[in-house]
Ligand binder design. Structure first.
Ligand code: ADP
Ligand code: ZN
Length: 216
């Protein structure tokens, strides 16, 4: 069973790789970032509450985030594996998640960590354009869509995320090092951490990840 947590700094490629892993291994892709963005675009109460924090690059509260994830993980499709993308992101979230995993009998058994140097992350984020409809990700310098400004997958006009600006990115990166990176030790100690170099093209990393996932 693949109960996977995908980790890495913003821009490392989590979203890109999550999409094909979920598809190829037939497990639900649970992205807290996507869930929050959906809440914001639907204008729900949750969306309005978190909008300013997210656009500034801050972290949503642990309580809100954990409640949302618990509800999602309780759905029957998660009983046969899942891919968590963007959660847990803090030590309190990791502790709450370990508890949920025990309760639901679906604890994580693999943490895929994609590492990448800061200067590469910054240039990727600056050029990133995303599809608001299907979540596909492109880059105006390195991974252009076939038609400029249009999603290859579904034909929707691409947008730049509001938090993909220099100031918000700086906050996200600081939060990553301060709050999220310490989780790597936590999962290393549990013996389930596998780290990959994210500073390669997406196709090569896909080959490496596939090799590991196929023998699991
Ligand atoms: P990235 O990894 O590129 O920074 P995500 O799409 O994973 O972006 O998340 C976007 C934003 O959503 C984060 O900057 C944060 O504000 C919020 N968010 C996502 N996941 C969490 C989480 N587990 N805890 C708190 N906030 C979160
Ligand atoms: Zn699309």
């Amino acid at each position: 069973m693949l109960n996977i947590i995908l980790m890495g700094p913003p821009g490392a490629g989590k979203g890109t790789h999550a999409v094909w892993i979920a598809k190829d291994f037939n497990i639900p892709h649970i992205s807290t970032g996507d869930m929050f963005r959906e809440a914001m675009s639907s204008g729900s109460e949750l969306g309005n509450k978190i909008k300013d924090v997210i656009n500034a690059g801050g972290l949503v509260s642990d309580d809100l985030t954990c409640a949302l994830v618990k509800e999602r993980l309780s759905k029957p499709d998660c009983a046969n594996g899942y891919l968590l993308d963007g959660f847990p992101r803090t030590i309190p979230q990791a502790e709450a998640f370990a508890k949920m995993g025990d309760e639901l009998g679906i604890g994580a058994n693999l943490v895929l960590n994609i590492s990448c140097p800061d200067e590469v992350l910054i240039s990727r984020i600056a050029g990133r354009r995303v599809c608001p409809h299907c979540g596909a990700s492109f880059n105006v310098n390195t991974a252009k869509p076939k038609v400029e400004g249009i999603c290859d997958e579904c034909g929707t006009a691409l947008i730049q995320r509001k938090d993909d600006n220099e100031a918000s990115f700086k906050v996200r990166l600081e939060n990553y090092y301060k709050s999220t990176a310490p989780l790597l030790d936590f999962y290393q100690e549990k013996g389930i951490l596998a780290t990959f170099d994210g500073n390669v093209d997406a196709a090569s990393l896909k080959v490496e990840l596939t090799t590991l996932l196929k023998v699991r």
